[in-house]
Design a protein around this ligand. Structure first.
Ligand code: BV8
Length: 242
């Protein structure tokens, strides 16, 4: 632990994670070499306009990702964050885990009350009535909404570019109350998540980045630790929890 880090004795920790925390579980990131955005155009499969233009192609993109997610498991980084959250709760502290990821690997790793600001692959939403239900089967235009009965309007419960991320009020409330902000496995290229470090700094909160490589906003972090999440996150948690 860098000397400066040791001086921070956080009681409320806000952790933001991105695709890098799930990379060692076998899930592609987005912008690394060979990542998802090298095989698909964002505007075609991760935007509302793309869905309205060709819903079948978008459903296929998420069906493919759902298939891949079936066989993946939480890695030591997810498990370490679950351990930290339990240890902190036991001592009257709090660890908020806010993820940009739509997988459920934080939950598999033992984390609770995870904020999925970009939605969840295991849920579907009716494009008409907004009803959200759990669903891990294939999505198709032939399916009907259980709430309003509309056929062909079911979409992934996922936040696309141009759409408002979920639970933003709760996120900013937890950010404001944190005494340490930690960003793990994200390139810092998608807003508003990429702006959370600046929000923490403006409130005088120490910030730390744990990543494979410096992110786009690396210069905004008080502390940095570079390495694979499955190694760097357990090492950090062990130093905190003992
Ligand atoms: C919104 C769908 C208004 C789910 C995704 C301000 C400035 C500029 C632009 C904007 C702005 N505000 C809004 C925008 C527009 C846009 C945006 O940010 N565009 C960018 C491209 C410039 N944002 C939006 O449209 C958002 N909506 O702003 O609404 C608003 C704002 C505030 C309040 C109210 C309303 C909506 C954004 C959500 C888009 N949906 N995905 C899905 O299909 O998964 S984004 C997509 O990118 C994923 O969610 C992903 O999580 C996210 C971020 O990517 P990362 O997770 O960081 O992944 P990436 O591959 O980029 O990086 C991986 C990192 O891991 C790397 O750094 C790598 O080094 C590291 N790594 C790799 N392996 C490991 C590792 N680290 C550790 N260990 C390893 N083994």
């Amino acid at each position: 632990m860098a000397s400066g880090e040791a001086a921070v004795n956080p009681n409320k920790i806000f952790v933001l994670t991105g695709a890098g925390v799930s990379a060692e579980s076998g899930l592609s990131t987005f912008r690394d070499t060979g990542g998802l955005w090298t095989h698909y155009k964002v505007e075609d499969v991760a935007s509302l306009a793309g869905y309205e233009r060709d819903p079948a192609r978008v459903l296929e993109f998420y069906n493919l990702r759902r298939d891949i997610h079936r066989d993946v498991k939480a890695n030591p980084a997810h498990e370490a964050l679950g351990r930290l959250q339990r240890a902190w709760a036991a001592r009257g502290g709090e660890v908020t885990i806010c993820t940009q990821n739509i997988d459920h690997l934080h939950e598999q790793g033992g984390a609770e009350n995870v904020i999925h600001m970009h939605g969840e692959l295991g849920k579907v939403r009716c494009h008409d009535c907004g009803d959200v239900t759990a669903a891990d089967g294939e999505l198709s235009l032939a399916l009907g909404c259980v709430a309003c009965g509309r056929i062909g309007g079911l979409r992934p419960h996922v936040v696309w570019f141009g759409e408002v991320p979920l639970e933003m009020d709760l996120i900013y409330e937890k950010l404001a109350g944190a005494d340490l902000f930690v960003s793990i496995g994200t390139s810092g290229s998608v807003y508003p998540a990429a702006g959370f470090v600046a929000a923490a700094r403006s409130g005088g909160v120490p910030t730390m980045e744990i990543n494979l490589a410096p992110s786009e906003n690396a210069q905004l972090f008080t502390f940095t630790r570079y390495g694979k999440a499955s190694e760097a996150v357990p090492a950090w948690v062990s130093q905190l929890v003992g």
